[in-house]
Design a protein around this ligand. Sequence first.
Ligand code: SF4
Length: 362
Amino acid sequence: MENLISANRELWFDWKWQLMNSLKRIEDIVDYFPFLKEDLENLKWVTKKYRFSVTPYYLSLAENDPDDPILKQIIPDVLEIARRGDPDPYREDEHSPVPHLVHRYSDRVVLLVTNICPVYCRHCMRKRWWRRKGYVLRGPLLEEALNYIRAHEEVKDVLLSGGEPLLLKDEELDYILSKLREIKHLKVLRIGSRVPVTLPMRLTESLGRVFEKYAPIYINTHFNHPRELSDFTIERMKNFTRYGVIWGNQTVLLKGVNDSVEILKELFYNLLSAGVRPYYLFQCDPVEGVEHFRVPLSRAIEIYRQLMNFSGMALPKFALDLPEGGGKVIISSPCEVRKMENGYLVRSNDRGEVFYPDPPFK
Ligand code: SF4
């Protein structure tokens, strides 16, 4: 990996160079991770259905170990094909009144501005979109989506998502954000982006200047493991707060990547110290091609229960999306309460049952 970095040191921090030099065939990375040779034909077969791409930067975070948490998120697995699942369990396609816009909850919409990503994460919940031709939302289809938002006053919150929204050019993002800011009933502009994880060089000064015009911009990013928080990305994210960006993070609980209290604790504290609020911990849901990452719900709840002993600031909400469009559910503190005379017995995480008195005056 050192060779990859040292041979390209001058251009390493140029996001366009990183994109142009992304490794798009699994055989391109075998020299760095020789253990992949054994299974190469199978891996190539998987990429015929679910594409592969990784930036040199994200690859440089990986170690030559089949159990490496970075590699697990980028190396295809035959289980993506072998196990069946629902390609769209959240029924996004059914809740799409105009192309590239999802309106599942009355007060918010998701605008899917592209289906292209710098890194294709094996656990992506929109894998079904990878098979479509690459697009960027512009022209009449963008106008149709903007008109839909203008016509729906109940919508207060727009999330630009994809794909990777920050792959759009600065001018394209400027145009979309300016049109959204003109809509008086919109209160919240959010972007879901994984560039801080996979391509932090994209957080350029000129992009910051675009956000500054429409601040506050809430960016939900997606760190899953503490090793993804490099010094470089921390510096860029901290710098971006000066442009009115407010960072949040959503982590997906992934078997073999971060299904451990210690890993999540380190991740959440490190995020906080980088100025990023851990916002959601998502249960990995039954999406086709992703099932092998799922942790049983009972184990997930037990992990979360143990996390609850740490600082509230470091504790994200634990959420799962119910299948067949059942909607998002927050699994909050699984606490037991028993009614007693003059009060309750409440089971605490670490002290067993504790008496909680009723107010003295009824
Ligand atoms: S960056 Fe996001 S949208 Fe793109 S593959 Fe990864 S999880 Fe999916």
